[in-house]
Design a protein around this ligand. Structure first.
Ligand code: NAP
Ligand code: G4F
Length: 373
């Protein structure tokens, strides 16, 4: 059965007057929608906050108590002072409950996670507690305190793991290969379960890899763009990588947060794949970044001895380091975004060459700024 509270698309939320009167707003006043973003300090959180502010939302964001340094992305986008920040930790049920009970936002985007697959084997319990139980804490709090809130869960292509179909769509079975992916699969199933059991407007975005100049430095694309940018500026370092045969469907993060928002504007909640529909090896991403920096690479050797040299100088710029191999690898991800295109009108428009160029230029420019400082 649908919940009695709905927020009409025109922005007038007349069914929720008691709450709005509490906030001192008059009857019939044009309302701004409200949203809460967990993980607002991350790559996607920052871009989503920017998008929602542009759309006129009042944006609340969850920040861990000890995370002052991580406001960097919000300040790079110039929105640090426009997001209403709350101490928020998915590990702490009391904290989650108190914050959400009081706010009762229109939309909740659950982006917070221990999001680095490579670290999830060494911190499996922590990863599961944040990524799986954290989603459960939010869902259950919303069910009891604010069931009309629309909920977005950040699901992931990593859930397809050792893939059972190519390309992967909403119908492809999950086969997770890491504690990270196993935890995300649990959160995904819980979200579907709360939708089916309690009628909550709860949707999962199964997002394939999406990157940007705000991407964390530990992820392979940003590791490559930042290291090669420093090398292009004269650094003698070498970019040490793990499995360069892995293939990913890489898109541009600002486009993907638009897809998240569109999911929550649908009349019915559902699950959607967001992807470009193309896949690229890590090795080819290196070549794209080098090309964008005007550096031609000569590849030689294979396996552990494979290197890439700067053709102009002979300097080794990339080598293989087994320290970056994973206990279990996801070899091939390529998404089928047909459902998102048909139902949401969403489509990725930045291909991997353009993405590599955006990231390489941003890192090249910021390296110059650091050198000048
Ligand atoms: P990210 O940059 O690593 O951001 C993760 C965010 O989660 C950070 O704000 C972090 O806060 C916060 N966080 C970590 N532990 C927390 C906790 N216990 N309580 C509250 N907040 C916590 O990740 P992203 O790339 O933006 O990804 C956003 C979400 O989408 C994640 O759930 C990720 O797993 C998922 N996803 C990402 C991709 C992708 O390609 N980017 C693809 C599919 C799914 P701090 O600043 O304090 O560390
Ligand atoms: O950049 P990655 O660490 O991203 P990964 O593991 O695909 O996970 C990212 O995308 C997921 C969506 O599919 C998200 F759910 C997740 O939160 C995260 O955002 O690694 C990409 C590939 C892997 O196959 C890895 O083994 O690159 C390979 N790789 C090779 N050398 C490396 C390295 N990865 C990293 N991080 N560092 C390396 O030196």
């Amino acid at each position: 059965m649908p919940f009695p509270y709905t927020v009409p698309q025109d922005g007038y939320a007349t069914e929720r007057l008691p709450f709005h009167i509490q906030l001192g707003r008059g009857i019939g006043t044009k309302m701004n929608k409200t949203a809460f973003i967990s993980g607002v300090t991350g790559q996607d959180g920052a871009y989503l906050a920017q998008l929602l502010l542009e759309k006129g939302y009042v944006v609340h964001g969850g920040v861990r108590a000890n995370a002052q340094d991580s406001l960097d992305r919000l300040s790079r986008l110039g929105i640090q002072d426009r997001v209403k920040l709350h101490n928020f930790d998915l590990l702490d049920m009391n904290n989650v409950f108190r914050v959400l009970r009081d706010l009762r936002v229109d939309e909740f985007y659950n982006l917070a996670a221990q999001s680095f697959v490579g670290a999830s084997w060494d911190s499996a319990m922590n990863t599961l507690d944040i990524n799986a139980m954290g989603a459960a804490r939010v869902l259950d709090t919303l069910r009891t305190t604010s069931p009309e809130t629309r909920f977005y869960q950040a699901s992931t292509s990593e859930m397809f793991g050792a893939v059972r179909a190519v390309p992967q769509s909403e119908l492809t079975p999950f086969n997770p290969r890491s504690p990270y992916a196993a935890g995300k699969a649990m959160a995904h199933y819980l979200t579907v379960n709360y939708r089916d059991s309690f009628g909550m407007h709860a949707s999962c975005g199964i997002l394939f890899n999406h990157e940007s100049p705000l991407r964390g430095l530990q992820f392979v694309t940003r590791k490559i763009s930042s290291t090669l940018a420093r090398i292009a500026r004269g650094s003698a370092e070498v970019c040490r990588l793990g499995n360069m045969d892995a293939r990913r469907d890489w898109g541009y993060a600002p486009e993907y947060v638009e897809g998240m928002w569109r999911m929550l504007q649908q009349d019915r909640a559902d699950d959607y794949v967001l992807a470009t529909g193309a896949t690229t090896t890590v090795r080819d991403f290196v070549s794209c970044v080098a090309g964008a920096l005007g550096m031609r690479l000569d590849w030689e050797g294979e396996g552990l001895t494979e290197v890439a040299r700067n053709a102009a100088t002979g300097q080794v710029v990339v080598c293989v380091d087994p320290a970056f191999f994973r206990p279990a690898e996801v070899d091939l991800l390529i998404g089928d975004p047909a459902k998102a295109k048909a139902a949401l009108g969403w489509q990725a428009t930045t291909d991997v060459t353009a993405l590599a160029t955006i990231m390489a230029r941003a890192d090249y420019d910021s390296t110059a700024n650091r050198l000048a400082a």
